[in-house]
Design a protein. Structure first.
Length: 89
């Protein structure tokens, strides 16, 4: 897949998630969060008022530490496809 195609599919997947109205399971949200942050070079510590949620987010980010930006984009796309069974949300 070309870089432009990967970026386009990633943007489509992000739009799909952002436009979805129903709640996602927590494990899916954490994976999406970590892949999105990695794909966008956002390596800062999660912030928030709830330490337990920040700890889960930190753990999710830690689990993606060995993947590249493009691998994170592809993993995000794959997870969205698996969840929705398509990218045409």
């Amino acid at each position: 897949m070309s870089l432009e195609s990967l970026d386009k599919h990633f943007e489509d997947a992000v739009d799909c998630i952002n436009n979805h109205q129903d709640a996602f399971p927590a494990d899916i949200l954490l994976k999406l969060y970590a892949y999105y942050k990695r794909a966008n070079h956002d390596f800062g510590r999660p912030s928030g008022t709830k330490p337990l949620i920040s700890a889960f987010k930190t753990n999710a980010l830690f689990q993606t530490r060995d993947i590249s930006t493009d691998e994170a984009k592809q993993a995000y796309i794959d997870l969205v496809k698996k969840y929705f069974d398509t990218l045409n949300c």
